[in-house]
Design a protein around this ligand. Structure first.
Ligand code: AMP
Length: 609
């Protein structure tokens, strides 16, 4: 029988796995490595390079090397995240005729879907080379925060790579499956999934029992990850070097890239060793004297001090999500970690302190998602109908109630199949019919939701309002059929109608971005994002103001330092103006400048300690 491959398309690295003899196996690439860098480049000869080869030449060919493509997948040019990312990467992102994204490599324009499809094809080929047979079926994983449009783009990319997508499962569910949670043998379990990768942080609280997997709460920060930890270490070294030699290493691209690589390696080594030596020989030539070398010993305690607030921020996000769900951290049954950064001992310690239990081991954190996807693929291919399946309800579902409001019965992210019910009374005495309007959408206002369907439930006996009880039950099947049953509890009379959930997951051809609901969702997302960015910016302003006096004292007399202080003050000013005006794009920009400024100030004060 043809195998199903599980694919985790990561921002930095991707991973592919299969199940062999019931055991998941992560597949190696051509040079034996299990992580496939999600990088694509075009070299001077016009040749396409992928994975490790593309990553290796990235420094020298940065302008024509596409990285972090997952962050752009399914987005329009005007999306704030596109602007943020375009400041972080060296390749050009331009807009096509209808606001779609195009990436320019060696003067040729590509769609993001096309480039992601090349990455997926590379993973498909690696699997075929390992298995010695063609592979066409896959289960993919995607972040919970992915919108309909992003999922559609992912599916399209896979299709372009010749892959038939059996299912897209949510990252935290894949992680739980990889750890053997969520199979029917287990009792209901509350699972916390902490995912800290190279550039993003995600947290989800799941409630998993036989066949029903609910996302109770989730949160994310699309710009918090390993690279922020690297930057802290980098700034520390840059300012230390500037202090010793009066040279700003950031002005030299090659020196900076060499330092970046050294810093990332040091960070990884510090997960095991208590102390590391960072050595970059001949890092810069001054022109007049001998080239200079960088040599610095860093211990774990220093690294933890430089990055303490980053770890703390992830913990605060977890706390926020848990408290929103009304769940005490100590009542969580299992803690799962995903992503390379989960290996950092301080992260593990912070999680142990928060949940009162150590994260479960046994699965390599960077491979958990691909393993979960492969397990799901194997289950689907063996017993498609009986297998536990894991698609999510993509929108909140509810009923129209008084005042044009929505009474929510099912939250977005609830695992299919599910059942949910609520008992309603009539609005007036002696009412003998009830109009049930089923709404789909994220707003509490009915006018802002999509009407999935409606029917009139009538014929029950006239009675006083409080004596009429009608139970409305939503039963969603795996195929996306939603059966709504209204039952008069006094007479036991019932009526049933079936509707179809609107979901890209269930009908991949629907273009969510074109439907009114799609654009509404985008707006909601933007508002949430705006308030998140604004409060982060405000927090950063207060952090920076707290650090400035000490930093100014520390750099007194140094030109590099004075310039840095000037920039810090102007960053605060710009951010304040953006916040006052409520300009979302400007706030996002300002937040990023503030992040860099705060990191720089930490570097200044730490290097002079
Ligand atoms: P991922 O996105 O899951 O591939 O995670 C990538 C991030 O994990 C990068 O920032 C890596 O530097 C980081 N990482 C990988 N291995 C380790 C390690 N052993 N210790 C600390 N960080 C690591």
């Amino acid at each position: 029988m043809e195998r199903v491959i599980g694919i985790d398309l990561g921002t930095t690295n991707s991973c592919v796995a299969i199940v062999e003899g019931g055991v998941p196996l992560v597949l190696p690439g051509p040079s034996g490595q299990r992580a496939f860098p999600s990088v694509l480049a075009i070299d001077e000869q016009g040749q396409r390079l992928l994975g490790q080869t593309a990553r290796r030449q990235a420094v020298l060919n940065a302008e024509h090397t596409a990285t972090a493509l997952k962050r752009l997948l399914g987005l329009r040019f005007g999306h704030p995240q596109v602007r943020q990312l375009s400041e972080m990467v060296a390749y050009r992102i331009v807009t096509g005729p209808s606001d779609e994204l195009r990436i320019v490599l060696r003067n040729e324009q590509f769609s993001v879907t096309e480039l992601v499809s090349a990455l997926l094809l590379d993973l498909k080929k690696a699997a075929e080379a390992y298995l010695g047979q063609p592979v066409t079926r896959t289960v993919l994983t995607a972040p919970l925060a992915f919108s309909d449009a992003q999922r559609i783009a992912l599916r399209d990319a896979a299709r372009m790579a010749g892959l038939d997508v059996m299912r897209i499962i949510a990252d935290p569910i894949a992680a739980a499956l990889a750890h053997g949670i969520g199979t029917s043998e287990h009792r209901a379990q509350r699972v916390a999934v902490y995912d800290l990768g190279g550039g993003t942080f995600d947290f989800a609280l799941l409630e998993m029992s036989s066949g029903v997997h609910e996302i109770r709460a989730s949160t994310c920060d699309a710009f918090l990850g390993g690279q922020d930890f690297d930057r802290r270490l980098l700034d520390y070294l840059v300012f230390g070097f500037a202090k010793d030699h009066k040279i700003d290493l950031r002005q030299d691209r090659t020196a900076l890239q060499r330092l970046r690589d050294a810093v990332e390696k040091a960070k990884c080594d510090l997960s095991v060793d208590e102390e590391v030596t960072i050595e970059v020989p001949f890092i810069i030539s001054t022109g007049t004297s001998e080239p200079l070398h960088l040599h610095r010993v860093i211990n774990r305690a220093k690294f933890e001090e430089l990055t303490e607030d980053l770890v703390e921020r992830t913990i605060q996000l977890c706390r926020g999500a848990l408290s929103e769900a009304g769940v005490e951290p100590h009542s969580v049954d299992a803690v799962i970690v995903v992503g390379g950064m989960a290996r950092v001992p301080r992260v593990q310690k912070a999680l142990t302190e928060l949940f009162g239990r150590t994260p479960i081991g046994g699965v390599v954190p960077e491979e958990a998602l691909a393993v979960g996807a492969a397990l799901q693929g194997a289950a689907l291919s063996q017993t498609p109908s009986a297998s536990t399946t894991f698609e999510l309800s993509p929108h909140h579902l509810g009923l129209l109630v008084g005042g044009g409001k929505v009474f929510r019965l099912v939250s977005a992210g609830t695992q299919l199949p599910y059942e949910a019910a609520h008992v309603f009374t009539t609005a007036r005495d002696h009412q003998t019919a009830l109009r049930l309007v089923i709404l789909e959408g994220d707003s509490e206002l009915a006018s802002e939701c999509k009407i999935l369907g409606e029917f009139v439930f009538s014929g029950f006996l006239a009675a006083a309002r409080e004596n009429t009880e009608v139970e409305v039950r939503f039963s969603a099947a795996q195929n996306g059929d939603l059966t709504v049953t209204a039952t008069d509890l006094r007479e036991q009379r019932r009526e049933q109608h079936t509707f179809r959930l609107t979901a890209s997951l269930l009908s991949s051809e629907t273009d969510g971005s074109k439907s009114p609901l799609g654009s509404y969702e985008l707006e909601t997302q933007r508002t949430d994002e705006l308030s998140r960015n604004q409060s982060r910016a405000e927090q950063l302003i207060s952090d920076i103001l707290g650090m400035l006096p000490k930093a100014e004292q520390a750099v007194a007399g140094s030109e590099l330092g004075l310039d840095a202080m000037r920039r810090a003050r102007s960053a605060i000013e710009r951010a304040r103006i953006a916040i006052i005006r409520g300009e979302s794009v400007a706030i996002v920009d300002a937040r990023h400048v503030l992040e860099r400024t705060a990191a720089m100030l930490r570097g200044v004060t730490a290097s002079l300690r």
